[in-house]
Structure formats: C-alpha cells, structure tokens
Write a protein that binds this ligand. Structure first.
Ligand SMILES: NC(=O)c1ccc[n+]([C@@H]2O[C@H](COP(=O)([O-])OP(=O)(O)OC[C@H]3O[C@@H](n4cnc5c(N)ncnc54)[C@H](O)[C@@H]3O)[C@@H](O)[C@H]2O)c1
Length: 347
C-alpha cells in the first residue's frame, strides 16, 4: 500500500513511525514546505522508507498512491482536501477536520461526491483505556452524566507556532477538545443540542507576540453539553496543570453505577449503588507495535484505516463525526464569548 504524508511536523512524523511498524506499506512521498520538518521525516523513515520529497502537496497528484495522511496545520486542512478530492487517494485527515463550520460542511460535500474514503483522525477513541471504558458504559445502567477532565501542560511549540492563534487552530475547544466531544458523542449515543461554557486565557502564552500580535488561545474552560436524550456531559479543561498525575479522567454515571478511568495510569473502577466495587488496571492492546506519543492510539487508528482500505469497509470515523466534534467546539467557543448557551449546529 503506497502512502504519502502531507505535513511532517510532530504528528506527520508520528504517522511515519507508525507506518514503519506496519508490514506491506511503503511511504512513497512526503510534502512539506519547510526544510526542517522534511529532515525530521527522513529521520523517522530510518532505513525503512526512501520517499520522494516535494514542497507542494499538489505535486502528489501525479504519483501512484493509495492513501495520503494529512497532518498539516488545522487551517490548511480545507485546501488540502479540496485539492486532493478529485484523486483516487484515500485520505486520513488529522483532527480537527476544519476550523470553521462552513469548511466542515464543504468537506462533507466533497466526501459524499467521491468514492475513496475520508477518515478523520479522532484517535482518542483508540486509546486502550478509552476503548475499554466505552465498552463497559452499559454497566452503569441508563447513562445520565458523562464527565471528562483533561489537566495537562500548555500547547507545545509548533512549526511557525501556528497554534498560538484561534484563527489558525479553530480555538482551543475545537483544536484540542474535538477529541473529547467525539468521545462524549460515542458514550451518549445521542445528538448534542447545546453548549454552555466559561473559559479564558489566564496563564499561558500571555507574553508571546508574533509580528506584534499577542497569542489569543484560551487555556482553561468548563463546558457543559446537553444531549437530546437528556444526558448531560461536562468537560473540565486546564492547560496549566502539568503536575497532574493523570492527564485525562473519564467518568460515566448512570442509574445503577459509576464507571471511571484515568489515563495514562489506566486505572479503572466500576462502583455500583448496591456497594460493589471493581478496580483494575486496563492493559494496553497487545496489537500495539508502536506506542508513539498517544499510548499506541495513532498506531491502532492507522492499522484500522489500512484494514478499511484493504477490505473496502467504510471509515470508522467519518466526516460527519468530524463535523459534529468541530460544531461542538465552535458552539462552546461562542458560548464563552457571549456568556450565553449556544445551540450546536446540526449537520
Ligand atoms: N491526533 C492527535 O492527537 C494530534 C496530535 C497533534 C497534532 N494533531 C494534528 O496534526 C496536525 C499537525 O499538527 P502538528 O502538531 O504536527 O504541527 P507541526 O507544526 O509540528 O507540523 C505541521 C507541519 O505542516 C507543515 N505545513 C504547513 N503548511 C503546510 C502545507 N500547506 N502543506 C504541507 N505541509 C504544511 C509545517 O511545515 C509543519 O511541518 C494538526 O492538524 C494537529 O491538530 C493531531
């Protein structure tokens, strides 16, 4: 299977390392306008791949490829998808699918009009602890409340620091939290109706300016999502809490019990209202051949993407999932700006 990667910064290189751990795959080309990340990519290739290097991803169109991984900055996703839409390439498109609803709708239209798939890389679904947790949610009875806490450090430095501005990333609740909104949708199995959020940029990047413009991304927020089946979900995000022993905590509470998991220590507990308590550490999926930066999740996602291509199956994470997670982040950002609840745009 012949691959190319567009954008070979941190995530593009993670995809290359994943591919290097999967048999019967060749990395035929990489595309990045900057020399430094192109060199990172060659290092990630090791002895396994000798890709052609291009500056402009549009030059990939003349190559014989099966699949392209799009790992360029968020604001570039729409143009890359537009330009590659008329090819036969299957696309693995990094999250967030886009930075605006208008662009996300266009990606759905482009996807509907083409035969090969567009798979949106919402890979938190593939973390071993998350998958295990989602599978056990029915054991809490009727799910009523779903809670996610992410307490971590600030956004990492990026090539040209594109992630320091809302206009480039879509805003923190789109860029980072589309993963968590996607998990909420999976856990509830329902449609998100409205968002109420409060947040701010209180600590991080306050003294960072680029061409005289100060970074404007928020670093903490509480977001409540109301679902059409009555379930309430809440996200507690703090990006100045790198001392936190776990980065993520997920809690599902229902009519008969409560399920919790912490990541990365993978400790899970299921407590019943009758007093029973089950606690254990969730093992990593034995199929993971490369842990990478996301506890093996992007490796498993890459394998699932390749399996879908080989078997002709539809994408497990499609552009509608991508749209929904972006729409929730945008509604939450708007709620913070207005101080009012905001309706989540339907497809
Ligand atoms: N799935 C995850 O958990 C996860 C984690 C990190 C990043 N991401 C996503 O991956 C994407 C890349 O993020 P990153 O952290 O690697 O950023 P990065 O800045 O490290 O890398 C982005 C790369 O894209 C290149 N680039 C810029 N414009 C381009 C263009 N027009 N064509 C081709 N390449 C171009 C840059 O030179 C850079 O090398 C983003 O969409 C980000 O949200 C996903």
């Amino acid at each position: 299977m012949k691959f190319a990667v567009v954008g070979t910064g941190m995530m593009g290189c993670e995809h290359i390392r994943n591919l290097a751990h999967i048999p019967d795959v060749d990395l035929v080309a990489i595309a990045d306008p900057n020399e430094k990340p192109r060199n990172w990519a060659l290092k990630a290739c090791g002895d396994r791949f000798s890709p052609k290097i291009v500056d402009d991803y549009r030059d990939l169109k003349s190559l014989d490829l099966d699949a392209v991984v799009i790992a360029s900055p968020n604001f570039t996703h729409i143009n890359v998808v537009r330009d590659l839409a008329d090819t036969s390439f299957h696309l693995l498109l990094e999250k967030p699918m886009c930075t605006t609803l208008e662009d996300a709708r266009e990606v759905i239209d482009l996807d509907d009009a083409r035969e090969p798939m567009i798979w949106v890389a919402l890979e938190y679904r593939y973390m071993s602890a998350t998958t295990h947790f989602l599978n056990r949610i029915p054991e809490v009875g009727d799910l009523k409340m779903f809670f996610i806490r992410e307490h971590r450090g600030p956004f990492l430095r990026k090539v040209d620091n594109w992630n320091r501005f809302n206009r480039n990333s879509g805003g923190t609740l789109v860029e980072k939290c589309c993963h968590f909104f996607d998990l909420m949708n999976l856990a509830t199995g329902a449609h998100p109706v409205s968002a109420m959020a409060s947040g701010n940029q209180d600590v991080n990047h306050l003294d960072e300016t680029y061409d005289g413009e100060r970074s404007d991304i928020l670093d903490n927020a509480f977001t409540i999502i109301n679902y059409d089946n009555g379930v309430r979900a809440c996200l507690d995000l703090c990006m100045f809490a790198e001392g936190s022993p776990n980065e993520q905590e997920l809690t599902a509470t229902g009519s008969s019990g409560k399920l919790e998991v912490r990541i990365p220590n993978n400790q899970l507990s299921l407590s019943k209202r009758t007093g029973e308590l089950e606690e254990y550490e969730v093992p990593h999926d034995p199929d993971i051949a490369f842990m990478g930066l996301h506890h093996g999740a992007s490796y498993l996602e890459q394998k699932a993407f390749i399996h879908a291509i080989r078997t002709g199956k539809p994408p497990s994470v499609n552009t509608r999932d991508g749209f929904q997670s972006v729409a929730m982040g945008i509604a939450a950002q708007e709620s913070i700006a207005s101080g009012q609840p905001v309706a989540i745009q339907p497809l």
